[in-house]
Design a protein around this ligand. Structure first.
Ligand SMILES: NC(=O)C1=CN([C@@H]2O[C@H](COP(=O)(O)OP(=O)(O)OC[C@H]3O[C@@H](n4cnc5c(N)ncnc54)[C@H](O)[C@@H]3O)[C@@H](O)[C@H]2O)C=CC1
Ligand SMILES: O=C(O)C(=O)Cc1ccc(O)cc1
Length: 380
């Protein structure tokens, strides 16, 4: 692979601050394997061969991928250690908050861009299909290399200034995380008396299932990220005040209980927001909700086969489906999906099974058409 040159005409060496962390490791692999560049790094958790000063001097591009809470202090430390020798280099960061880290990087003499991938490090090699905010704070000779990096990452990039980013993120992340963390705390208190999560799941609505999916994702992630976004984004506290006011108003009206209170709730929480969303957006969201319901039903179906297709070529899915046709098996659904390890497969929901699941499995695997990654017949 010929790596894309930096402003000096040769491919840059990339340094990662936080090289042992979740995104640091993903980026290191991305830079090596997708960009073909040399990667060095520093991380108190097991990557200390280079001192901060050595890293700053050896890296043409420095990427800060450190805990949100400590990022500004770490950048300040790097600015001090670089002592002006960072002039002509490019400094980037991946922090979920942009104003303070970008401002801190601008205290250096490097060219600066802030990045924020709107996703956990994915199981695939690029950010294809994900959004990424890009704050082009001070760019000149590195602009073409950055453009190449963004093209290689394949994210849907949104140019935005750091202030607007943080304002938006207080809603896109702060509000979503806060509401679901609150739901988690309430569920923990009240759900046991209602039979626990399994009893709630048995009575699930589409909305309960969607919310629990989000809550479960948050609770299984790195707690520091969710904590730091609440505490570190300056626009989160005013948002939380509005959220608390809204819940307090709802509670007060429900406690009051009269027709006037119902009118307040209907107007403030349903009619006025609905008018503000607008009919088109509401229709699209409502349809999206229904689609999620079909998806949930399909993915929760108790009889299915998940098949990985090793031959990534036109016609391989048709060949797989021919096996089902031959065995007289009706499909209830088919979705391309990924296993928890990130392996792409087709999840095929099945109606009645005229043959044993093992027979179907064998037929799929026998001619090397597909590899069964999961199969269940819990439908009785
Ligand atoms: N994980 C995620 O879902 C996402 C993370 N990000 C951003 O990526 C950045 C890194 O996040 P993660 O990798 O998830 O966190 P992480 O906690 O897995 O990794 C952070 C790494 O920084 C290291 N570190 C701590 N102090 C350091 C120092 N003084 N110098 C160098 N390294 C130091 C830690 O030892 C750790 O290995 C954060 O700014 C976060 O906001 C952005 C989008 C999504
Ligand atoms: O878990 C996921 O998929 C997330 O969406 C996590 C996440 C955490 C922090 C970010 O700044 C962006 C994304």
């Amino acid at each position: 692979m010929t790596a894309f040159p930096g402003p000096s005409g040769v491919p840059p060496v990339v340094g990662i601050v936080g090289s042992q962390g979740a995104f640091g490791r993903w980026m290191a692999r991305f830079f090596r394997e997708q960009m073909g560049v040399q990667v060095i790094g520093h991380d108190p958790a097991g990557d200390s061969a280079l001192s901060i000063r050595e890293l700053v001097l050896q890296a043409d591009v420095l990427v800060f991928s450190a805990p949100i809470r400590h990022t500004v202090a770490i950048i300040d430390e790097y600015v001090a250690a670089a002592a002006g020798d960072e002039a002509g280099k490019l400094w980037l960061d991946l922090t979920s908050i942009k104003q303070q880290p970008v401002a801190a990087m601008l205290h250096s003499r490097a060219e600066v861009a802030g990045l924020h991938p709107m996703t956990a490090p994915p199981k695939i090699d690029t950010l294809a299909g994900r959004t990424m905010a890009v704050c082009r704070a001070r760019l000149d000779r590195w602009a073409p290399w950055l453009a190449h990096l963004l093209a290689k990452l394949q994210a849907d990039c949104v140019d935005i200034d750091p202030l607007a980013h943080d304002r938006a993120m207080a809603l896109v992340q702060g509000l979503v995380h806060a509401s679901h963390m609150a739901q988690a705390a309430v569920l923990r208190e009240l759900a046991p008396a209602a039979g626990g999560l399994p009893a709630l799941h048995a009575l699930r609505t589409i909305g309960h299932d969607l919310d629990l999916t989000v809550t479960g994702r948050i609770l299984s992630g790195n707690p520091a990220i969710y904590e730091d976004i609440q505490f570190g984004n300056p626009h989160v506290l005013p948002m939380l005040e509005r959220l608390a006011d809204a819940v307090a108003l709802l509670r007060a009206q429900v406690a009051e209980g009269g027709d006037g209170a119902r009118t307040v709730v209907r107007e403030r929480f349903l009619q006025q927001p609905a008018a503000w969303f607008g009919n088109d957006a509401l229709a699209a969201r409502s349809h999206g909700f229904e689609r999620m319901g079909y998806l949930q039903a399909d993915l929760q179906g108790a009889r299915y086969l998940s098949v990985y297709l090793p031959q990534d070529r036109p016609g391989s899915l048709r060949a797989l489906l021919a096996v089902f046709e031959r065995l007289g098996i009706n499909l209830a659904s088919i979705h391309s999906s990924r296993t928890p390890d990130g392996e792409l497969h087709f999840r095929i929901g099945l109606e009645t099974l005229p043959v044993a699941l093992a027979t179907l499995r064998e037929a799929v695997e026998s001619d090397g058409l597909g590899r069964v990654v999961d199969a269940r017949d819990d439908a009785g």
